[in-house]
Design a protein around this ligand. Structure first.
Ligand SMILES: *[C@@H]1O[C@H](CO)[C@@H](O)[C@H](O)[C@H]1NC(C)=O
Ligand SMILES: *[C@@H]1O[C@H](CO)[C@@H](O)[C@H](O)[C@H]1NC(C)=O
Ligand SMILES: *[C@@H]1O[C@H](CO)[C@@H](O)[C@H](O)[C@H]1NC(C)=O
Ligand SMILES: *[C@@H]1O[C@H](CO)[C@@H](O)[C@H](O)[C@H]1NC(C)=O
Ligand SMILES: *[C@@H]1O[C@H](CO)[C@@H](O)[C@H](O)[C@H]1NC(C)=O
Ligand SMILES: [Zn+2]
Length: 434
């Protein structure tokens, strides 16, 4: 069954739509509530949503240890995201976050990120409703095939362990965006929150290596995501990036002064950069309180539009990341509710079509264009200085010294004979290294 109209060649469905619009218009005086709901669904079926941020993969890790054999994603009531509700919400593309906790920084963050990528890739190949996409062309094509497109986004630069080769390999696995931090600083960029007192550096919100990360993302065609970074880091990136950037799930700081939101002065810089703020629905970022409703959420859209216009706005619901959402907006089936409210607030269909998908497609197009322009560049060989990342989980490449080999053994093993054996092994190993 087709859940939405394809953009290709349906002149017949167009005239059905305009007839329906006319009918809705003439009835609007009598049943204005219903007609607005119909208009929202009609608009969404023509311009189905591309959403910037969803944490289903995190919930699959927490609840099911990523064991897909134990669940059926067609319907999974324990989480806020499943296929039935994505269809009901007119979600046509979803940037899935492959987030791993900040506690994994300097431990197994890279492995855990690979496992989160694996689970998203599995979902998006094993369920025929989904399709993994890695380019704007594939993203556009997925609509004509009536698929839900999966995009993969890393959340938190700690996932690359300060390594540009690791960043490139994540790109090869299909990752097309990365937020530079989560709730912890990385050795090269600063977080909007300081729950973790790591890499505290005054006046160095984006280090030399941090700029190299942005450059390499520009070269690869990976979207730079500034949600979770500090204002200063965001500002430095906006100064530096050659391509438009996104805030994949952040709202207005003027409306709710949470440090995860974006202040007006940064919005102005974002507009100059031609980037996008994809509004987050998480209650604490919307009302700055424990409760919120659709009016509070719509206030963020209205404010951002007043400051930088509808062409810089998208939607990044943050479902399954946040745990409290406004009344009536609790899961991925509820997107029509906010569209209905914005229609009521006199947003035009063109503005809403931009917010729902056209703005994101434009940004992704421009990111790919910058990549094409930079195709002459070789992969960056920039390395972070050892002093900036020194920690005991990072191996320093050097020839093993006999003393170190011995000190790793239990005392009982240190007999004279074994000393000789280790000496022989060490000499053998040294000869292999040369
Ligand atoms: C999941 O459930 C749907 C119907 O509820 C069924 O059609 C589908 O085959 C199931 N998928 C798996 C992988 O079990
Ligand atoms: C660094 O930041 C501190 C605190 O914000 C400030 O007092 C100091 O002047 C800054 N130094 C430089 C070189 O900008
Ligand atoms: C960004 O550039 C502006 C001038 O273009 C400068 O005033 C500002 O300090 C820069 N910000 C950062 C964080 O680099
Ligand atoms: C945020 O706003 C509230 C009142 O609306 C105020 O009490 C609080 O100090 C503000 N916080 C910041 C960080 O500005
Ligand atoms: C949302 O809550 C506010 C009070 O916080 C209220 O004024 C407003 O009418 C509510 N909106 C809806 C749609 O219920
Ligand atoms: Zn987040």
């Amino acid at each position: 069954m087709s859940y939405w109209k394809t953009s290709a060649g349906a002149s017949c469905s167009l005239c059905v739509h305009s007839l329906r619009a006319l009918l809705a218009f003439s009835l609007c005086c009598f049943i204005s509530g219903n007609s607005e709901r119909d208009r929202a669904h009609d608009l969404l079926s023509r311009y189905p949503l591309i959403d910037g941020h969803n944490d289903l993969a995190l919930r699959l890790r927490i609840h099911y240890n990523n064991q897909l054999s134990k669940i059926n994603l067609t319907q999974l009531t324990r989480v806020a995201t499943d296929i039935s509700r994505l269809r009901a919400g007119h979600v046509q593309a979803q940037m899935f976050s492959v987030y791993v906790l900040c506690g994994a920084q300097h431990m197994d963050a890279v492995r855990l990120t690979l496992e989160q990528i694996d689970v998203i890739r599995r979902i998006c190949t094993e369920y025929p409703d989904f399709e993994l996409v890695t380019s704007t062309q594939e993203l556009r094509d997925s609509l004509t095939r009536d698929k839900i497109a999966c995009l993969i986004g890393i959340e938190g630069g700690h996932s690359i362990d300060s390594s540009l080769p690791a960043l490139r390999m994540f790109y090869q696995l299909g990752v097309r965006s990365m937020s530079l931090t989560h709730s912890c600083n990385t050795p090269w960029a600063e977080s909007s929150t300081n729950y973790y007192k790591v890499f505290v550096r005054p006046n160095n919100s984006l280090t030399t290596f941090g700029k190299a990360v942005v450059d390499e993302m520009n070269r690869l065609g990976m979207i730079v995501d500034l949600s979770h970074t500090s204002f200063e880091t965001a500002s430095a990136v906006l100064n530096h990036s050659k391509a438009p950037v996104i805030f994949s799930h952040s709202s207005s700081y003027k409306i709710c002064n949470n440090s995860r939101n974006v202040p007006d002065w940064l919005l102005h810089k974002l507009k100059v950069n031609r980037g996008l703020i994809m509004v987050n629905f998480y209650t604490p970022f919307i009302s700055c309180q424990n409760e919120a409703n659709v009016s509070h959420l719509a206030d963020h859209f209205d404010h951002i539009k007043a400051v930088i216009g509808a062409k810089s706005i998208g939607i990044g619901g943050d479902f399954d990341g946040g745990i409290r959402f406004p009344v009536g907006l609790e899961d991925v089936s509820k997107y029509p509710v906010i569209i209905q409210e914005l229609l009521k607030r006199k947003w035009t269909e063109e503005e809403l079509a931009d917010v729902l998908r056209n703005n994101f497609l434009r940004v992704f197009d421009e990111v790919e264009k910058v990549r094409n322009e930079l195709s002459w560049k070789k992969p960056s060989e920039e390395e972070i200085p050892q002093t900036e990342v020194a920690n005991k989980c990072r191996m320093e490449l050097k020839q093993p010294i006999l003393r170190e080999l011995l000190s790793n053994q239990s005392p009982s093993l240190k007999s004279k004979g074994q000393n000789l054996l280790f000496l022989a092994l060490a000499l053998l190993f040294n000869s292999f290294l040369d």
